[in-house]
Write a protein that binds this ligand. Sequence first.
Ligand code: PEP
Length: 265
Amino acid sequence: MAALTGRRPLIAGNWKMNLDHLQSIAFVQKLAWTLRDAAFDRAGVEVAVFPPFTDLRSVQTLVSSDDLPIAFGGQDLSAHDSGAYTGEVSGAFLAALGCRYVLIGHSERRQYHGETDALIAEKVAAAHRHGVVPIICVGETAEDLEQHGPSHVPAAQLRVALEGAAAGSEVVVAYEPVWAIGSGTAATSAQAQQVCAALREVIAEVLGADAAATTRILYGGSVKAANIAGFMAEADVDGALVGGASLQLDEFASIARFPSHVGTV
Ligand code: PEP
């Protein structure tokens, strides 16, 4: 359980291509009110949202003017810092907007945009060049699982991605089995624990024991209020990357308040 490890749990909402900038303002404002009314433990749990790029300035303005307990980040970034890369977004721009995090290597980027492990490592390096914390997404397909077992593919993906990490810079890892994303069928908490423990070993091998002890590893894939407490009870699960349920205000707020419903799963 993260509370015993000193790793502050992170509940991250990946909005994907949903909510325009006006909708993002309304959503973040209501999320903040809901958390406040529910006496959300700001120090105990970190909440972050990942809106589309076009929303980031609006979210930044709202969060900073009202000092809301909500971090935010981009859903992707360019491996390059500037130049003739039409349509790409530099880590420098994310940093300038106050993004604390950036998602890298989400399975939808790998699947629909052909992102390779090598490119993902370059993006990790780009994030670190600009002081943005990469949330490195890894996970196996159903076929991978059948062929190689649970940890083989995510561990191999992470090993390559971490080649881009700058010494001493923070990373977050998100284990997201592709077969669980958007399917309504989450991994069991025991399955998540098994892979997250293997990923922590990879971090120890590549970045050292201290990094392994402090790095947060999230589980993602059909997380909801009804199953979050089970994941968070596992030793190597330090939070969740939430897709569909992050767009449902009350559901996401309830996930963020998981310490208050431990024992309800
Ligand atoms: C995701 O896409 O990162 C994700 C975890 O989606 P969902 O929660 O909808 O499965």
